[in-house]
Design a protein around this ligand. Structure first.
Ligand SMILES: [Zn+2]
Length: 145
């Protein structure tokens, strides 16, 4: 693996695209956007119970950067809870060790060691890569590896 940039590493894509609150009519539903790194920061600190130092190491980032992501993630969750907003988990600057896709037809999350052209569940070819390949610097290294 090239050692010229500190990639933000994420263990795996979230199993859902986000959350919707109960009891808020769709037409009034607004959302907050949480990046995949923010999601990963929350997962490592509050679900895996890692210290910020350990979690930063896992994500290949500095401790202050980790804490910033983590604070942002918690603020987004709090905002969504208090204001009755949906949470969309998408975007960010990170690199995945594998190919990640999300199917636009059945919303399945696909993780594969090789490139895929269609959804393994519903066979739709309407799938999008969500493993961070959109970052041009990452593209230069080829294939999300
Ligand atoms: Zn599908």
């Amino acid at each position: 693996m090239p050692n010229r940039r500190r990639y933000r590493r994420i263990n795996g894509p979230p199993m859902m695209e986000g959350y919707k609150p109960f009891g808020v009519p769709m037409r009034e539903l607004e959302s907050v956007v949480m990046s995949l790194e923010e999601y990963e920061a929350l997962r490592l600190a509050d679900y895996e119970n890692l210290t910020h130092v350990e979690a930063a190491k896992k994500m290949n980032i500095s401790r202050p950067t980790f804490t910033r992501l983590y604070d942002k993630a918690r603020k987004n969750v709090a905002k969504a809870f208090v204001e009755g907003k949906a949470i969309l988990i998408r975007g960010g600057t990170y690199i995945a060790e594998e190919y990640w896709y999300r199917c636009n037809s059945c919303h399945e999350t696909i993780v594969s060691p090789t490139p895929e052209e269609s959804c393994e569940k519903c066979n739709s070819d309407d799938i999008i890569r969500i493993d961070g390949h959109n970052d041009p610097e990452i593209n230069n290294t080829g294939s999300g590896k």
